[in-house]
Design a binder for this molecule. Sequence first.
Ligand code: SUG
Length: 420
Amino acid sequence: MIREINFDGLIGPTHNYAALSFGNLASASNAGAESRPREAALQGLAKMRFALSLGLAQGLLLPLERPNTRWLRTLGFTGSDAEVCAAAHDDDPKLFAQACSASSMWTANAATVSPAADAGDGRTHLSVANLSRMTHRSIEHPETEAQLRLAFAHPAFAVHSAIPATFGDEGAANHMRITAAHGEPGVEVFVYGEEGGRFPARQNRRASQAVARRHGLDPARTLFVAQSGAAIDAGAFHNDVVAVANENVLFAHELAFADADGLKADLARLLPGVQVVEVPVAAVSLDDAVRSYLFNSQLVTLPDGSMALILPRESEACVPVKAWLDVMLAGNGPIRAVHFVDVRESMRNGGGPACLRLRVVADPATVDVRFLLDEAKIDRLEALIAANWPDRIGVGDLGNPALWAQVWAARTALLAELGF
Ligand code: SUG
């Protein structure tokens, strides 16, 4: 049966706060804070467990190998893995922090996915994102690609390598799909940023166009729309910080797009049943939207056909956002329930519930079962994380050889547990 599967990134044992993402306000403001990798991974798993309890299909992607000695070797460091790490840390602590980042947890940036119903050849297409605008993220794509080729090896899928780094591509975080139902043909909306503001625009229009071309999308049902400069300047480094779509519903901030009226008119023309739930700036400022991550929520269709939002707790704590949600629930719009989850460790690096998952519309029977989750597997993963993930990492700890040994062993234990 075709359904939406959420593949969450299992939060890796090197999760830390190194302030690597310029333009991501949470990442910058937590520079140097002590992280809790074990807590972070358990929070992520609790979210996955909650999604399962709602009757949704849930998968996972694995943390990448960090510290990334393969990358450091390409930069001239030599010797054993520990020698490579020690030399890199001594020579260039910032570079070494980039090699240590657990940023692959944010799988909304792993790839852009076009379901089979939209693609010319009837296959589900995944284009691995190059993430070339941030050094620590630009090193994810080779391992991400290897993993996606395993998970989606079935002929129902086509996995494409990252496009050339010249054009920044940040994956599904800048892509939305509006459709009557997940398995039906949809309108794909690619959102890009224009340079010239105070922060980098991470998604390039030509990257989006290349992905659409490679996926064989119908140009008449594909839209390319610009993010508003005001949203990027307020810290919306990806479109999914100010908008999210699910089936026929687009949930967005009034200032998310450069031309919101044009987008709404195009959607109404292409999919007459579309419903736009727009939050006015008068109710929630862009600053509050970015601080609370209201739109970085998972908008999901439950088995009874109704829609619910899975939001970060920070949305509940933000007074104007909570007030707006209460008014929304009292009305008769398409979103009928809200649930708050604790993903604080990820949030402090700018990653909310939606950043942590990659949506793939497919038949779960065509996915490598090692990447799919059930309650029993979550139990086993929780025990493994409790036993192997570091409790805390301060930025000063990244140079500690005992930490490298612990995190490599933790990942090896994870791969063995999952049968890799
Ligand atoms: O790319 N943060 C990530 C957060 C990604 C969120 N994803 C989506 N919006 N879909 C980023 O900026 C911070 C890492 C650090 O500073 O240590 C970081 O990479």
